[in-house]
Design a binder for this molecule. Structure first.
Ligand code: CUA
Length: 148
């Protein structure tokens, strides 16, 4: 009798485990490949500013440092796809665009790469969400998406 109960528990556990592993695999493969990439430091990608690839595609190179983002403000048209390259000049910083569910880290010695499309016009606030010293709470930036 006890053996049967144990077997049943074991079978249910395996079913649940398989189910949860399946969810993990599904989540990691069905995000349009849109997960942040951590790439090795490359000097040519560790600049600051905006490169216009075409009128719908931009590359933005961010430097996070105590206690600001550079560029502090980026202005792009609605419908733009933006590829972010983020690096840190000093310590570990966060990079959060709440309205876009973007949550990145700026780690010294590496580059964080992420691609996202801005469909809706508006002002998207960027905040540092990793405590980085006395001025942490003032570390902000913004992306202005204007209507086309
Ligand atoms: Cu940078 Cu907190």
């Amino acid at each position: 009798m006890e053996n049967k109960t144990e077997n049943r528990i074991l079978i249910y556990s395996l079913i649940f485990l398989t189910f949860f592993m399946g969810i993990l695999v599904y989540a990691s493969t069905h995000q349009d490949g849109n997960l942040p990439d951590c790439i090795p430091y490359a000097a040519k990608l560790s600049k600051t500013g905006v490169d216009t690839i075409d009128d719908q595609y931009y590359q933005v190179f961010y430097e996070a440092k105590m206690w600001s983002f550079e560029p502090a403000q980026v202005i792009i048209p609605q419908g733009s796809t933006v590829e972010f390259f983020l690096h840190s000049k000093d310590v570990v910083h966060g990079f959060d665009i709440y309205e876009k569910n973007v949550n990145l880290m700026a780690v010294p010695g590496t580059l964080t790469k992420y691609k996202i499309k801005f469909d809706k016009p508006g002002v998207y606030k960027i905040t540092c969400h990793e405590y980085c010293g006395a001025g942490h709470q003032n570390m902000q930036g913004e992306i202005i998406v204007y209507e086309k």
